[in-house]
Write a protein that binds this ligand. Structure first.
Ligand code: GLN
Length: 467
């Protein structure tokens, strides 16, 4: 715990944490130490430091969603996932930075400033970079950039992110750490401030695959406070099996993932790992997911529609920021929301309400739902034919320079960055990103495995083999 606190201080320039709960962490760590000395640990995570994305509620610890709207909000309760970790004796180090309300894929749109990728400051990137790291740093990915950076920079042992369209896997890949999005319904969303209720899943970021399995083992399971969690848990997960034989696995390579923005180096990694599977005796085959090409557009229609509805609660009365303007209730609402939300959030509220207008509802919202079903059917057909996992890139390239990234608007960036990650959210499937190599610039490249629903354990077992 003390070592992590030191790392947090040393890596402040990365802007990974919004709030550091130092006093609480030291208290929890002391209690854990006493238990460990007595030889009575609470479980595998007793005394282990963790960080939590700042869109999960934490009792008596400020929870901001990186927004001015909630910058002074302190919840009276813990999200179920946080409570489960605390019950196991894990030590909460603090709350991590993100794109406001988790809308983004770079962790650059935060009211607390952008997150920086620790690899910007490491050789060989530092040596090869022409400019100094003050101006030539690369993005951490997002929206759970702070959580990925906390783990990658050793300022936490593991962390929680949220994954609606790729927000855990994307920064995991760009920061060189393992990032798991469990099956929708396996892990409770209670206390995760919603972005898209039908796609949000708490994500797990760790340094190795077996750590992710351990944390998932603690987090998974039915929660009476989240009616979308499954009651019968079909894949009880403790340790990964040792007797696993990779030759019994069939790996699918979806041909539609050879998208236009895919970099040569990421493609080369993808080919290398596919070849590695083949050499080990795995059956590797090309598969087709024809509706994938429409996924990103439909994702945004559905996302914005749910955002428009979810953000309605931030009206200046119940939670968070309230404007000084009080000439009328309407004026108070309008200025509160104008002052509280950034452009990205306001833009999504507007377009979401547009998609939901009576005359547009069938044309956009219903259509996107129908295509969503077809996307899920594509996956079901491929997995039904005997394929165990799909191997794809996580992001189209290694991390982009901040200065280049912010030249594009949020929507364009998302269309590029989330292209390979959001289909798994549309279909509710488990997916994990594993670091596989460094690019010629010295930045991490990650690959993604996607599995059938509730086969999280098998997915992690294959991921561990790659690792
Ligand atoms: N980048 C995507 C978006 O902006 C995904 C966000 C997420 O997974 N939280 O919606």
């Amino acid at each position: 715990c003390r070592k992590c606190l030191n790392r947090i201080k040393k890596t402040q320039h990365l802007n990974a944490y919004i709030t550091v709960s130092e006093e609480l962490a030291l208290k929890q760590a002391n209690e854990a130490e006493r238990r460990l000395r007595k030889g009575v640990p609470k479980g595998p995570l007793d005394g282990i430091p963790f960080a939590v994305k700042d869109n999960f509620c934490t009792e008596n610890v400020r929870t901001t969603c990186a927004s001015n709207m909630l910058k002074d909000y302190t919840p009276p309760y813990n999200a179920t996932v946080v409570q489960k970790l605390l019950d196991q004796g894990a030590v909460l180090m603090g709350k991590t930075n993100l794109d406001e309300f988790a809308m983004g894929s770079g962790s650059v749109d935060s009211a607390f400033g952008p997150v920086r990728n620790p690899w910007s400051y490491e050789a060989p990137y530092r040596e090869r970079s022409v400019a100094d790291p003050e101006s030539d740093w690369v993005i951490a990915g997002g929206s759970s950039g702070g959580s990925a950076v906390a783990v990658a920079s050793l300022a936490s042992f593991f962390s929680l992110g949220s994954d609606t369209g790729g927000s855990t896997r994307n920064p995991g890949a760009l920061c060189g750490v393992v990032a798991l999005k469990p099956t929708y319904g396996l892990v409770s969303r209670h206390g995760l401030i919603p972005l898209v209720n039908s796609m949000d899943v708490p994500g797990i970021i760790t340094r190795c695959v077996s750590d992710a399995a351990t944390v998932l083992g603690v987090l998974q399971g039915h929660d009476v406070k989240d009616s979308t969690t499954v009651i019968d848990d079909p894949s009880p997960l403790t340790d990964l099996p040792d007797d696993f034989d990779i030759r019994n696995i069939r790996v699918g390579i979806p041909k539609e993932y050879h998208g236009p923005g895919l970099s040569q180096e990421t493609l080369a990694q993808w080919t290398r790992v596919a070849d590695m599977f083949e050499r080990a005796g795995v059956q590797v085959e090309q598969v087709s997911l024809p509706h994938t090409q429409h996924s990103i557009v439909c994702y945004h229609v559905l996302c914005h529609a749910e955002v428009a509805s979810n953000m309605a609660r931030f009206d200046g009365l119940e939670y968070g920021h309230r404007s000084e303007v009080n000439s009328s209730t309407e004026a108070m609402y309008a200025t509160t929301r104008h002052e509280g939300f950034n452009d990205v959030v306001r833009g999504r509220i507007l377009s979401g309400n547009y998609f939901l207008l009576k005359q547009n509802y069938e044309r956009y919202f219903v259509k996107a739902q129908q295509v969503r079903r077809l996307i899920a059917e594509d996956f079901r057909r491929v997995f039904g034919s005997g394929v165990d996992v799909l191997l794809t890139p996580t992001t189209p390239s290694d991390a982009v320079r901040y200065a280049d990234f912010v030249k594009e608007d949020n929507r364009t960036r998302s269309a590029q960055e989330d292209i390979f990650t959001q289909p798994a959210n549309m279909a509710g499937l488990p997916a994990v990103s594993v670091p596989t190599a460094l690019s010629s610039r010295g930045l991490p490249i990650g690959l993604q495995l996607i599995g059938p629903a509730f086969q999280d354990r098998k997915l992690l077992t294959v991921a561990q083999w790659i690792e």
